[in-house]
Write a protein that binds this ligand. Structure first.
Ligand SMILES: Cc1ncc(COP(=O)(O)O)c(C=O)c1O
Length: 502
């Protein structure tokens, strides 16, 4: 069977027909519609379908071959990928990008090295960390004082590697009552933040060469972990209601991954949440293909309506568990606490515990004890509802400002929670160029390429985070951003006008 292709040819275009065809096929390879190993239609069939000369198709396929996007196997056909002769289970699955591509994009380098100088009054839509004025310092101080009076030096001993037992008990109660996740203190693992959770799950599960499927775009901190384990990373496109299931199924069949890394709620960076159907479907797919899901639940509590979804973990079948649920308190409490927890399938508990022990022996005892008291005092629920109200207000301001000042942009649907917005840019505007010019005006945003997981570079999107920007800053920041976008649109129009003469 050859892959079905949707390709068209415009006779009145100035672009040669073979190039039109090659570019459309390359686009479908890049966005994952065509996967490695897919056979392209035979030359005669495609030439008849498009009413073009067969030499045009030959030239199109040759051009794709020169770009190493397809391989011709004499007597068999033309296949997507550079090594299609091997069977999927024998194939060395290649990472979709080279090592350097992930982090050394100029613009990320600029951000990390701070080469772009930003004034103190800069508006920061790039960070996804709340500002310290939002931290509940007073109740936490009280909890720490109580722990020190109660436990003295014991608070500074090594705790058990899986965590301070009373904290595991209180988290278990919360998991059962609030998230419909059945667990027991024995099965919970306290972690020093979600990043560590991803790291120890990867240590427990992955050997060099194993394949990990990730959403595209995705959180780069997770990509870095998988790459550090020598994993091969393959991306699956995101849709508005979660991962693309058709593409996921093809990739599961083809790559036989060990791990699927997902953020089902307010995904970073798209802020899309999985529908109920997709939640059940990904679990079923993981069971069919015997792979594990790392569920990064970094933000599900930040919901603006009562009908938020349950974590994937609550859909897991106790007889065939597939989900490693990782929950962090960084974004809604205080990132510097470095606290979170992980619930793994029973069969993985031992390996997870070993990985945690190897990583840092145990999370800080004083913090675990204070956090336990904090959770038991009921202050957490009050703090959480304050944070939800505050961020909802900011999101409403963000949309008001965008609707007023950025009418050139088709706004995405309003997320029902979270603090990011994945904003598509007008056609022809580059996110990295916009990032630089906006930063020079004192507004920071994150260019889409930072979240790239595969071939698609996302230079047509920016991520705006309102985690650290209040209502006034949001309004001022969007006004400035709209001026920069306006300048880029003028430049684009000028170059569109000039290009035919060049
Ligand atoms: C999606 C996602 N997962 C995990 C983390 C890491 O969180 P933590 O501070 O809990 O380690 C982040 C941090 O930005 C994140 O965006």
């Amino acid at each position: 069977m050859h892959a079905s292709l949707i390709v068209s040819v415009q006779s009145n275009s100035s672009v040669a027909k073979y190039r039109q065809i090659a570019e459309q096929i390359a686009g479908q390879i890049s966005d994952g519609t065509l996967l490695p190993g897919d056979r392209l239609p035979p030359i005669r069939i495609l030439s008849e379908q498009l009413s073009v000369n067969s030499a045009t198709i030959v030239k199109a396929y040759e051009s794709l071959q020169k770009q190493s996007l397809v391989t011709k196997i004499p007597g068999s056909g033309v296949y997507v990928g550079s090594d299609p002769a091997q069977r999927p289970d024998e194939r060395k699955v290649r990472s979709e990008f080279d090592d350097d591509e992930l982090y050394l994009d100029d613009e990320i380098d600029l951000m990390q090295k701070g080469t772009i100088v930003i004034g103190d009054d800069a508006i920061n839509f790039a960070t996804s960390t709340p500002t310290s004025d939002m931290f509940p310092v007073a109740p936490f101080k009280e909890a720490i004082d109580t722990v020190l009076d109660r436990d003295g030096g014991r608070a500074f001993e090594y705790d058990e590697s899986n965590g301070y037992l009373p904290l595991r008990e209180s988290i278990c109660t919360m998991l059962n009552e609030v998230y419909a996740v059945r667990s027991t203190p024995e099965r919970l693992q306290i972690i020093s933040g979600a990043q560590q959770g991803i790291d120890i799950a990867a240590k427990a599960l992955l050997d060099p060469g194993d394949c990990v499927l990730v959403e595209d775009p995705t959180y780069t901190g997770a990509l870095a972990v998988f790459k550090s384990r020598g994993a091969r990373i393959v991306s699956v496109p995101m849709e508005q209601d979660g991962i693309d299931l058709v593409h996921l199924e093809k990739s599961l069949q083809y790559y036989c991954p060990k791990v699927l890394y997902l953020m089902p709620d307010y995904q970073n960076p798209t802020t899309c949440s999985y529908s109920e159907e997709k939640r059940s479907a990904v679990i079923a797919a993981a069971r069919r293909h015997a792979c594990y899901i790392i569920e990064d639940d970094f933000l599900s509590d930040l919901s603006f309506n009562a009908s938020s979804y349950r974590p994937l973990k609550s859909y897991d079948d106790p007889a065939d568990e597939r989900v490693i649920h990782i929950k962090s308190f960084s974004k809604l409490l205080m990132p510097g606490l470095r606290i979170g927890f992980l619930t793994a399938p029973r069969s993985l508990s031992r390996d997870i515990l070993q990985a945690k022990h190897l990583t840092d022996i145990s999370s800080a005892g004083l913090i675990q004890r204070a956090f336990d008291l904090y959770l038991r005092s009921g202050v957490w629920e009050t703090h959480l509802s304050q944070m939800c109200r505050r961020y909802h207000g900011r999101q409403q301001q963000l949309f008001r400002s965008l609707e007023e000042h950025l009418q050139q942009i088709d706004l995405p649907p309003r997320p029902t929670g979270g603090f990011n917005l994945w904003l598509p840019l007008p056609q022809g505007i580059s996110a990295s160029a916009l990032y630089r010019d906006a930063a020079a005006k004192g507004v920071l945003c994150t260019p889409g390429n930072v979240f790239r997981a595969g071939r698609r570079d996302f230079d047509d999107h920016i991520r705006l985070s309102i985690a650290a920007a209040d209502e006034q800053q949001i309004e001022r920041g969007i006004v400035l951003l709209s001026q920069v976008i306006g300048d880029h649109l003028k430049q684009r129009t000028r170059s569109d006008f000039l290009s035919p003469m060049l």
